[in-house]
Each structure stands twice: as C-alpha cells, then as structure tokens.
Design a protein around this ligand. Sequence first.
Ligand code: PHE
Length: 339
Amino acid sequence: MIDTIKQYLQEVEGFTSTSKEEIETFRIKYLGKKGLLNEFFAEFKNVPAAQKKEFGQVINELKKAATEKVDALQEALKDQNNLTGKYDDLTKPGEPVEIGARHPISIVKNQIIDIFSRIGFNVSEGPEIEDDWHNFTALNLPEYHPARDMQDTFFIQTDPDILLRTHTSSVQVRYMEKHKPPIRTISPGRVYRNEAISARSHCFFHQVEGLYVDKNVSFADLKQTLQYFTTEMFGKSKIRLRPSYFPFTEPSAEVDVYWGLETETDYRMTKGTGWLEIMGCGMVDPNVLQNCGIDSEVYSGFAFGMGIDRIALLLHQIPDIRLLSENDVRFLEQFKSSI
Ligand code: PHE
C-alpha cells in the first residue's frame, strides 16, 4: 500500500499542464471528495498499528504535494490569462465587420468569366475611347454602312474618328491584331450608345463578348459552347438560334434560352412564350479575320456577345436598369449575400 502511494507521489510531482480542464481532472482525482486521498485516509483505520506512522506520513506528503501542485498550476494559468487579458477574452465571438456588397454587374460578370475560363477562355480588355477602325471598319462596317445606325454612337468632340465604343467587339479586333490563333478570349467591359434612358435601356451598359478562332471551328462548336454556357449560368440547356444579322458575323443568330413557364415570373419575363433572348452570335466574317491579319483560308471562328446588365436584371428580378447606376446603398446592400 505504501509503495502504491509513493508511486502516486511520483505521478503528482511529474504532472504538469496548462489546460484548465486537465488541472481540474487532476485535482478531482487526488483531492476530490471521492478522490484518492480521501480513500487513503479512510483506509488508515485498517492499517496495522506498526505501519500507521509511516502510512500517515506518506499520505500527508501526497496531500501536500497534490495541493501544492494544483495551486501552482492554477496560479500559472491565471498569469497566462492575465497576459492575454489586454486583448480581453480571446474566446469571445468577434465584432461583426462591416463589409460592402459586390455590385450586381460585377457578380454576373464574374460568373460569366468563371464559366468561360473553365473551357479555356482568357479575359481581354481594351479602351473605352476607341477609334473608328477598331469599333467599326475592321468589323466589316465601313463608312456609310447602314448598320452603323444600329449603334447610335457617341463621338468625342468633333472628331468622327474617336468615339466611345459601342460594343466590346473592338477588344476582339485588338486581340486578333496582337495574337495568333488559336484564340479563345472573352472581353467584358462598359459600352456606350446614344439611346434614350428608360427603365429598359441606358446610354451605357456592360457586355461580355467572346471570340474563338482556330482551324476548323464550326457552327456546331458555337452551339455547343453556348449550350454549355446557358446550362452553367441559368441551369437551362434548351436553346434555339434564330437567324439574324450582324455585319461582323456570317451566318449570324440571336440566341434564346428556354426559361420555362412554371411561375408567374416566368410568364412575365418571357412575355408568355417561355423563351428569353440572351445574346447575339455568329461565325466571324472572313473579312474581319483578314482585317485583323488572320488568314481566313486557314482559320475560322465564332463570336458572341451579351449584355451583362440585362442578365443581372433577369437573374435578380431588378425592375429598372437605372438602379444599376444610381449607387443607392439601399439597393446595393441587397447583394451582400451574393458572391
Ligand atoms: N457586338 C454585337 C452587339 O453589340 C454582339 C455580337 C457579338 C453579335 C459577336 C455577334 C457576335 O450587339
């Protein structure tokens, strides 16, 4: 028995910890009501008289050692708490940090970039103040081409050569002038058109245009890419291509996505048809490739372009495009939970 107690004594002397819980477990084990020491004291009466003296000494020694150990460790713990004390209680939940919200245009733009980057498209940017060549002429829209009227242009001062870009196709021209195929790039950015401002249209808005140029690029590749995009972006894979006209693509098409007619909102958004027009697209006109120094006998390509604002209005059910540029915090704050 005495030997066992001596072993405990060693254990007590060797014990150390900085954890409050561990120290408390240790205290209960030795000094608690049902602890070892009380057990030994209770045992005292059964110890033969000859050993009583030694037994008494050892358990007193054990009690002293355990008490001192607990006191010392608890004291050390207090000191440590005092040390961190100047930072208050570090386990307390933090103060909420006021964070801003991303603008819905940025949210949608980032989603589009993310989707196309997964299939190898990079991001290209260019100037908002453009020259006639990059915005029009290189894109198969020579002077006096009637299609120039489709895009009511803001000219800078009186120089008809300098203008605010009406689409980010101008970035694609710049990109093709600098890079050899294969080209896979998307060009997001702000564009300007001299249009009356209303709930549905504004004199500036945002686009993402895409361009893919390589050998043997076909219309089927275009359709597949668009279908991948609508599936990822809207969770809708049913699309239709309606013949259309753009000077820089041939053939050209408008892309509609089948939104469905499940809810009243679907009816309103699609004017009861279930279909929603989301972008223009087509095979890059060989003239455009030639204008940008790419051999149209060897290479072909497709291009597409969509309005970010329009998609943001659709996805977030925003009733008026002007809200996107008024910077009203009550509006902007509502996008805090979006990425
Ligand atoms: N640039 C066209 C526009 O602004 C969109 C488009 C891009 C159409 C590429 C076809 C191909 O309306």
